[in-house]
Design a protein around this ligand. Structure first.
Ligand SMILES: C[S@@+](CC[C@H](N)C(=O)[O-])C[C@H]1O[C@@H](n2cnc3c(N)ncnc32)[C@H](O)[C@@H]1O
Length: 312
């Protein structure tokens, strides 16, 4: 295993600035390389930080990065869906600030053995938690039926050429199993018409995103996080979520809106009879995006989108 973990945190200043005043307890749901956690502890010197990541390598990296704060942290290898069990184990702490910077780390994308990248030759893997997940991208590509492959590429990749790609996968895999990332990337490159290829955008991007989401059950994981997190927040506590693609951002936006205005009464009624009680307020009216300066230093930050909700 490599001795370092490569990741540049996005929207770091914004994540720190949106922390509630006098933050005492923080939950970082996506430790990654520990960059956000480190900045939050640097700026809230009395705070205690609980942190999780479903990638055990990330937890180890964050632990190393945060060693200066080791009496102010408690880290665990876990996914969003395991938070209720963990919170119980931790003795039911309540948080001033919950942060989730969802998706993959640069480490995932630049480490060929992890199989997330269409740029490097590696196994078709894409598991964030290889110790505990069995299903790999290769299993899906080589075994899923036509309907399932279409569902994944359309729903999770919003891939316009899903039908063509799936049909080529089916014909190729009847001759030989897919083994590597580049075999799949090459197939997609052949299928997508040249005139539809955009400069600076690899044609395999959507297919790889779709597979990664399916392998890691990412949308379901996000919905668990959105379901559980309000109950873990203190009054006036805040939930900050950074997402990297429109499917996730839409889920966050809709959920936040719904918490702010849970009323389901018909608009023609003069007052609310449904009894929906607002949970708090969205404090980022629009998604917060990285500055030009940040994008020039870290191009990956271009697609990051931050939204913050404050509980009443
Ligand atoms: C973008 S990185 C986080 C980087 C981190 N904020 C930093 O500043 O270094 C996203 C991390 O979230 C983790 N992750 C993604 N989905 C998760 C889930 N459902 N539960 C726990 N961790 C998850 C990934 O393993 C990855 O390490």
């Amino acid at each position: 295993m490599k001795p370092y973990f490569h990741h540049i945190s996005v929207l770091k200043k914004e994540v720190v600035d949106y922390a509630p005043p006098s933050t005492q307890t923080i939950l970082d749901c996506t430790l990654g390389g520990g960059g956000h956690s480190h900045s939050l502890l640097d700026n809230n010197s009395n705070a205690f930080l609980y942190g999780i990541d479903r990638d055990s390598f990330a937890v180890k990296a964050a632990d190393r990065r945060l060693k200066h704060f080791n009496n102010q942290t408690r880290l665990a290898h876990a996914s969003f869906s395991e938070l209720p069990i963990l919170i119980k184990k931790w003795g039911y702490p309540c948080f001033d600030y919950i942060i989730a910077d969802i998706g993959v780390s640069s480490e995932h994308l630049t480490c060929p053995e992890r199989g997330f990248s269409f740029l490097y030759e590696g196994p078709l893997d894409m598991r964030m938690d290889p110790k505990r997940q069995n299903l790999t991208a290769g299993n899906i590509i080589n075994n899923a039926n036509e309907h399932e492959l279409m569902r994944i590429l359309r729903n999770f990749g919003e891939e316009r050429y899903a039908r063509k790609i799936v049909s080529k996968i089916l014909s190729e895999r009847s001759k030989k199993q897919f083994r590597t990332t580049l075999e799949l990337a090459e197939l997609v490159n052949i299928v997508i018409p040249n005139k539809m290829k955009k400069r600076g955008f690899n044609p395999a991007t959507k297919t790889f995103q779709a597979l990664r989401i399916a392998v890691n059950n990412e949308l379901q994981e996000l919905s668990y996080l959105l379901e559980y997190s309000p109950s873990f927040l203190k009054h006036s506590g805040r939930l900050a979520i950074i997402s990297f693609h429109s499917l996730e951002d839409r889920m966050v936006k809709q959920k936040f809106r719904n918490w702010e205005n849970p009323c389901v009464c018909p608009t023609e009624l003069p007052y609310c009879v449904c009894g929906g009680i607002p949970l708090g307020k969205v404090i980022t009216r629009r998604q917060v995006k990285a500055s030009k300066e940040e994008i020039s230093k870290n191009p990956r930050s271009r697609s990051a989108s931050l939204r913050v909700f404050a509980k009443n």
